[in-house]
Design a protein around this ligand. Sequence first.
Ligand SMILES: NC(=O)c1ccc[n+]([C@@H]2O[C@H](COP(=O)([O-])OP(=O)(O)OC[C@H]3O[C@@H](n4cnc5c(N)ncnc54)[C@H](O)[C@@H]3O)[C@@H](O)[C@H]2O)c1
Length: 498
Amino acid sequence: MSISEIFARFGEPAFREGEERVIRRLLEGPPIVLAVGGGAFMNPRTRALCRARAVSLWLRCALPTLIARVAGRTHRPLLAGGDPAAVLARLMAERHPVYAEADLIVDGDDASVEETMEKVLAALDAYTPPARVPVGLAHASYEVLIGAGLLDRAGAHLAPVLPQKRAIIVTDAEVGPLYAARLRAALEETGFSVAEERVAGGEESKSLATYADLAERILARGIERRTTIIALGGGVIGDLAGFVAATLLRGLPFVQIPTTLLAQVDSSVGGKTGINSRHGKNLIGAFHQPRMVLADTSLLETLPLRERRAGYAEIVKAALIGDADFFAWCEANGAEVIAGGAAAVEAIRRAVEFKAEVVAADEREENPDGGRALLNLGHTFGHAIEAECGYRDVLHGEAVAVGTGLAFLLSAELGLCPPEDAARVIGHLGAVGLPARLGDLHRPFSAEALIGHMRRDKKVRDGALTLILAEGIGKAVLRRDIPKDRVRALLIGEGARS
Ligand SMILES: NC(=O)c1ccc[n+]([C@@H]2O[C@H](COP(=O)([O-])OP(=O)(O)OC[C@H]3O[C@@H](n4cnc5c(N)ncnc54)[C@H](O)[C@@H]3O)[C@@H](O)[C@H]2O)c1
């Protein structure tokens, strides 16, 4: 039977069902080039199948080209019912946003078959599918996609995992001008309606005042429960926008598009969101998992070198917690990662895989033996340093690097870890240009003030100082029994006044 006959006898739904079955069978077989009809890709199950088993490519044509091509043809059932130009225009308006969810788009308008084929081959040659790291949690599972060029295909990646094609981009005054227009275009291409809200850049934006203002601005747009909040920026935007998403209408869908190395390897994964209080960092917050994380490594090109280094500190941290081989890899490849070379994708993937595993095992940091809390290696010292510096001048990752150095020095002094390991950690951080010791920050720290901040940190339980220390490289441990005096002695030994 011809397609028209099947339509006439059994109706379009029956045809689509058969079509889906045939496509499934073909995609489950050996590799082929499969030209699906115009309606097949409109079926969400068929699209999901294509995503899972194929590279999909849309040969995009403008309306006049299509009209010319179908002129005089009578075997196309959908065109039989009226003026072909009007029908085609309607179909295009409906279908193009969905076709734009294809992996690749090639314009095929006026070119010859040979020319278009060359373009298709070139697009396929240039295509590297993103690395995908699954994050599997009890109540939410999502993927972290890592690769160059994800931003410009954001709509294609996000449409399948979002409940509505409506989104609010939250970004900052530095990232917005660089990337928001491209993100907007990529979303609109797949039929999203998009709005954008900007806040000032920097840690100061993780405040109650900015949160309140942003929340009111977003609510003023008349959002619905299914509207997605997309964080486009570094850890500050991820934490702030995530907290807005967690709280507005008791929880909106959320997506992270991290633009700093720190956010790509750490803060965008795991669902911790929050803002700062005058009593300390991240004290107001919620767990709210994203629907997807798009880590586009090409966005790091505009990130200042100092910020890239700071993000690298979190990669080293991941290695030091649980993977000695990864630390050795870092020693060999760290400089290239910071320079943005090919090693960066691998470093991000390994750090995200590590974090995903830790978070999956202990989503809400409830494991008394460490679990997710181990990710705070270097952070209790680090937060104290940031607080002392007023969250300015020293970057989060730099404070974490010094905190990691201090955690290893303390571990060595307490006899937990070999002194050579502490020396190796400090040596590597220094070799890539990160501060690793208190003196590297060239500030007049007070040991008492730093310890005061550490006691206020969330990691204080029943008054005892809880720290993540190390029994060696790749062997972080949680200790709740660290005497204040040993910490004070270490800090004074490192140049702080008492
Ligand atoms: N939620 C978590 O699990 C978690 C984990 C670690 C850190 N954090 C938080 O992350 C924050 C630090 O994040 P951060 O280091 O990404 O800082 P950030 O968000 O302040 O970004 C650093 C600076 O770089 C700019 N920037 C960002 N992307 C850029 C790009 N591609 N090109 C040019 N400039 C760019 C920003 O505008 C900003 O000025 C801290 O508040 C920290 O508490 C959260």
